[in-house]
Design a protein around this ligand. Structure first.
Ligand code: ADP
Length: 490
C-alpha cells in the first residue's frame, strides 16, 4: 500500500464491507492542493447510493438490534474497536500521507491526526462496556430503570479539514454505543477514510456496521441528511450548511449534533508568561493553515504588553515557511483554489480599510505555482466589529486588537456570533476562573490552547458554533437514547 493506493482506477463507495461503484457511474477528481493537480478519482454518490448504504447499516443493526452488528455484546464491540485502533496505528504512516496529500497539511500534522484516530478507537473501544443506565427510586412496589440504547443508524457528515480526527470522534463514539454508521466525507478529502473503512472490514467489523458514501455535499450529503432511515446525524462544517442539514433532518425528527466553527479569542493579560504563550498562539492560527474550527483567530492583548506581544508573535510568524504538504514545512497550502480566493478577499478588504499588516510568513521559492498557498498574516489594531474580527476566515490570518480592562476583553471575546473555544493567558487565579465562567463558548484553555487536540475533552459550541458535545465520555450520551422502564411488582 503506498501513495498510489487511490490513483489507479479510482475509488468507490464502501458499503457492506465491499467497494461499490456509484449508481450514476460518475466520478469526481481529487485535487492535490500542494500542486493544484488531480491525482485520484472518487465515486460521485447520489441518493441511490445513500439509500443502499442506509439499508446496509439497517441490516447490520437489525430491526430489534439483532443484526450482525447490533447483537454483539458491548465487550465484543469494544474489542473490535481496540483491534481497529491497533490496525490504524500500524498503518499510521500510510494514513498520514493520504491525509496530508489530500488536505495539504504538513506531514507531521497528518501523523498527529492518524495517531489521534487510533486513540479515538482505543478510547471509545474501552468505553463501550462502561455505558449503562440507572435505577430510579420511585413508588413502593415498583422498580424503575433506564436503559441506554443505540439510536440504530447514525449519519456522519465530515468536513475536509480534519477527516481522520472528526471521523474518529464521531464514528468511534457511535460504534462504541452500538450504532451502525453511514459516513459522507467531504469530496476534497476522503481517501484516508475510505482506507480506514477497509481496515475496519479487515479487523472484523460485520458487513454494514460502517459504510462510506463519497460525493458532493449538495447531492450525497443532502441525501443523507434527508434520509428517513437515519436516526441521528452529526455534522461538522459551516453554519450555512449546518442550518440546511438540520432543516433536512428536522423533516423526519432526527436529532442532530452540529459543530460549526468559531472565531476563537486568545486573551493575553499583562501578567502572562509570554515565553510560553507566543509559540502556542502562533501554532493555534497556523495549524492546518488556519483551517481549524477551533483556530485561535483573534489575539486580544492587554495594552501594556500589546506592542511586545505583537512584536513577538510577528517575529515567530515571519519565520514560518509555507510549502507542499509532504515537504513537511511549517504550513501547507489551503484546501482549494476557492478557499485561497476567499482568504485573499478578506486580506484585500483589510488593506482597503486601512488595517495594517504587522507580519507575514513566507512561501518557499520551490512551492509549485499552481498550489493553493497563503502566507500566514498578522493584522494589527483590527476594530472588534470589523469583518476580519467577526467572521470565520478559515485561513492563517490572525486579527490582533488591544484592550484596557478585563470587562472590555470579555465583551470583545464574547462579541461575535460564534462561541467555540477561548484561550486565557494570565497568572491571576481569580481572573482565570472569572473568565472561564463568563466566556460564552464550549471550551476554555487557561495558559495553554488545544486547537483540535484532546480527544478526552468534551468539545462543542454555543451560538453559531453549534450544539451538542463530541469527544470524551460525554459524546456517548448523544449516540444513545434513554428508555425508562417502570415495573410494578408489588
Ligand atoms: P465547505 O463549504 O468548506 O466545504 P461545508 O460546511 O459546506 O464546508 O461542508 C462540510 C461537509 O458538508 C462536507 O462533507 C460537504 O460535502 C457537506 N455538505 C455540503 N453541502 C451540504 C448539504 N447541502 N447537505 C449535506 N451536506 C452538505
Amino acid at each position: 500500500m503506498d501513495d498510489n493506493w487511490a490513483a489507479a482506477d479510482g475509488l468507490h463507495h464502501f458499503i457492506g464491507n465491499r467497494w461499490v461503484v456509484a449508481a450514476s457511474g460518475q466520478t469526481l477528481d481529487v485535487i492535490d492542493p500542494s500542486d493544484g493537480r488531480p491525482f485520484a478519482k472518487i465515486a460521485r454518490g447520489n441518493s441511490a447510493d445513500v439509500d443502499a448504504a442506509v439499508r446496509a447499516a439497517q441490516r447490520a443493526f437489525g430491526e430489534f438490534g439483532d443484526g450482525a452488528w447490533g447483537r454483539l455484546s458491548a465487550a465484543e464491540r469494544g474489542r473490535l474497536l481496540a483491534r481497529l485502533a491497533a490496525r490504524v496505528a500500524e498503518c499510521g504512516e500510510e494514513l498520514a500521507r493520504l491525509e496530508s496529500r489530500t488536505t495539504g497539511k504538513p506531514l507531521r500534522q497528518g501523523r498527529a491526526d492518524a495517531a489521534a484516530l487510533a486513540r479515538y478507537f482505543e478510547y471509545y473501544g474501552g468505553a463501550a462496556d462502561k455505558l449503562h443506565g440507572a435505577t430510579i427510586p420511585y413508588q413502593p412496589g415498583m422498580t424503575v430503570l433506564t436503559i441506554r440504547e443505540p439510536h440504530g443508524v447514525t449519519g456522519h457528515i465530515i468536513p475536509w479539514n480534519y477527516p481522520l480526527q472528526i471521523f474518529g470522534r464521531s464514528v468511534g463514539a457511535a460504534l462504541a454505543a452500538g450504532n451502525a454508521c453511514v459516513v459522507k466525507p467531504a469530496e476534497d478529502a476522503c481517501l484516508s477514510l475510505l482506507r480506514v473503512a477497509e481496515l475496519a472490514a479487515e479487523v472484523g467489523l460485520p458487513d454494514g456496521a460502517l459504510n462510506i458514501v463519497t460525493g458532493l455535499g449538495a447531492e450525497a450529503g443532502a441525501a443523507l441528511a434527508a434520509h428517513p432511515g437515519i436516526d441521528h446525524l452529526s455534522f461538522t462544517g459551516s453554519p450555512a450548511t449546518g442550518t440546511r442539514v438540520a432543516q433536512a433532518a428536522a423533516q423526519h425528527h432526527c436529532p442532530v449534533t452540529l459543530e460549526l466553527g468559531g472565531k476563537s479569542p486568545q486573551i493575553v493579560f499583562a501578567d502572562a508568561d509570554l515565553d510560553a504563550a507566543v509559540a502556542v498562539i502562533v501554532n493555534a492560527i497556523v495549524q492546518n493553515a488556519g483551517q481549524t474550527c477551533s483556530a485561535g483567530s483573534r489575539l486580544l492583548g492587554e495594552r501594556p504588553i500589546y506592542e511586545e506581544l505583537l512584536a513577538r508573535v510577528g517575529d515567530a510568524m515571519s519565520r514560518l515557511r509555507v510549502g507542499p504538504a509532504l515537504a513537511d514545512l511549517d504550513v501547507g497550502p489551503l484546501i482549494r483554489h476557492s478557499q485561497l480566493q476567499r482568504v485573499q478577499q478578506y486580506l484585500s478588504q483589510a488593506r482597503a480599510d486601512g488595517i495594517a499588516l504587522a507580519a507575514q510568513g513566507r512561501i518557499v521559492d520551490d512551492a509549485p505555482p499552481a498550489g493553493f498557498y497563503q502566507a500566514p498574516a498578522l493584522l494589527r489594531d483590527v476594530p472588534a466589529s470589523h469583518r476580519i474580527a467577526q467572521e470565520e476566515i478559515f485561513g492563517p490570518v490572525l486579527a490582533a486588537m488591544p484592550f484596557d480592562t478585563e470587562a472590555e476583553a470579555l465583551a470583545i471575546a464574547n462579541g461575535t456570533p460564534y462561541g467555540l473555544v477561548a484561550g486565557v493567558w494570565t497568572r491571576d487565579g481569580a481572573r482565570q476562573l472569572r473568565l472561564a465562567r463568563k466566556l460564552a463558548c464550549g471550551q476554555v484553555f487557561v495558559n495553554n490552547y488545544g486547537a483540535g487536540g484532546g480527544i478526552e475533552l468534551p468539545f462543542g459550541g454555543v451560538k453559531s458554533s453549534g450544539y451538542g458535545r463530541e469527544k470524551g465520555f460525554e459524546a456517548l450520551a448523544a449516540f444513545t437514547r434513554l428508555k425508562t422502564v417502570a415495573i410494578r411488582h408489588g
